[in-house]
Ligand binder design. Sequence first.
Ligand code: ZN
Length: 362
Amino acid sequence: MKISYLSCDICGFKGKNPTEHQHKELEIGGVPMNIWTLVYSLPKSLKLNDYCKGIARYKEYIPFEIRENVVDEECNTPMIKLKENIFLKDESQNPTHSFKDRGIVMLVSDALKAGKKKIAIPSTGNAAISLGYYANKAGLESIVFIPEDTALSKKEQIKKRSTIIYDKDLVKSYEHFFDFCRTDDSVYNGFPVTNLPYAQGIKTISYEIFLQMGDVPEWIIIPVGSGGNVVAQYNGFKDLINMGLTDKIPRFATVQIKGADPITLGYQTKQYDDIILIEDSIKSKAEAIASDTCFNYFKIMSILNETRGIAISVTDKDIEENQHARWLEFSSQSIFPALDMLINNTNKKDTIVLVGTAIDRG
Ligand SMILES: [Zn+2]
């Protein structure tokens, strides 16, 4: 399977490599936005490769090399029926207990292919834990840039396998990370927001939802930090349409924390063409979905518009008062108050899938 070309969402430029064309005016602190759409041809049916395990079962549908020595038991997570028409896609059942494993296995494969010895990413925690695990399998050194206020339990896990570099907040982590990658050629820049193999791994969540339900749901509720999961899952559902398996796309409901919710703010004020940067965003226990800005901003605005979606904000108190599936981390638990808000605005018979992104690490 081959990539046909990359297309720039902003100006329509067609290229082969993300580095050959960028929009400097859209960068914040030297951090690029995700503006690329990958165009590739797909088989006309969906049949996973049962001779492989993990992400490699999807290799016919992913236009990047997958290294077998990096692959683990990621993917194939359970779909739990909560009510007649409401399901939980439990991504905490991946090897390092978050959906990030699907993307990180691809990112580490790509770093090996590029012949790099070190791999670096910025993260709020779960991606860093995943990177430590997969980089270790591949024999690569891992370096992660995380905000100082990352949960202690996550810091403890990250430092077992990776070098940690702390910064004041996530945007500062991003800036520091890019400076670091620019000065050391032996480092693979694994910035998940713009990493194409990473996104191709994450899109398999959508394939699996379709295979497990035998259909596409009316709604999907996704907790959003950097937003890469929303964009990748949208692309996964688009693949299903391009393969001729369905003509339906789910309506997307994004969840962020009130006061640290650039997506909700942008969507409610119809600010589609200019990225939102929140000064003095509030601190939340749901640190994975509380952010000042979103580097997938334009893509998510477009997805919410196209799918007639909804951007929901909840508070820490909303989450505390509405807990289910308590094995999920606090940020992931935001899907439950969001579900309550969504149900009031939708057809009672609609099928809804909630994506439980990661486990509670205590
Ligand atoms: Zn362009």
